[in-house]
Each structure stands twice: as structure tokens, then as C-alpha cells.
Design a protein around this ligand. Structure first.
Ligand SMILES: [Zn+2]
Length: 58
């Protein structure tokens, strides 16, 4: 099982944890996932517009 190091207390904990079981430090992993989903949605919505623009230019 993959481990990650807590930046607060330095202990190696299992990657499945969202917070350190020792000091309670919360990992910002879920926030970055939300960011990637938001970027993905933006690409998903702008891609048809970009293709339309390219087809007009051709
Ligand atoms: Zn910790």
C-alpha cells in the first residue's frame, strides 16, 4: 500500500487517509481533485466552440 508523509508531524501514513491520524493534519488532495474536475469541465465546454471556430477559419 502506498504511503505519504504528513508535512505537519512527518509520520508515514496510508495514502487512503484524508487527514493525519496522529496530528489531524488535513491533506489538500480533495481540493486539487475539484480543481482538475473544474478544468476538465471548462475544456469540455470550450472544445466544441474551438472546433466550431476552427471549422469557420478553414
Ligand atoms: Zn501528522
Amino acid at each position: 500500500m502506498a504511503k505519504k508523509e504528513c508535512p505537519s508531524c512527518g509520520v508515514a501514513i496510508d495514502k487512503k487517509y484524508h487527514a493525519c491520524p496522529l496530528c489531524g493534519y488535513e491533506f489538500p488532495a480533495q481540493k486539487s481533485i475539484v480543481k482538475y474536475v473544474a478544468i476538465g469541465l471548462v475544456i469540455l465546454f470550450t472544445w466544441p466552440l474551438l472546433r466550431l471556430l476552427l471549422s469557420i477559419l478553414k
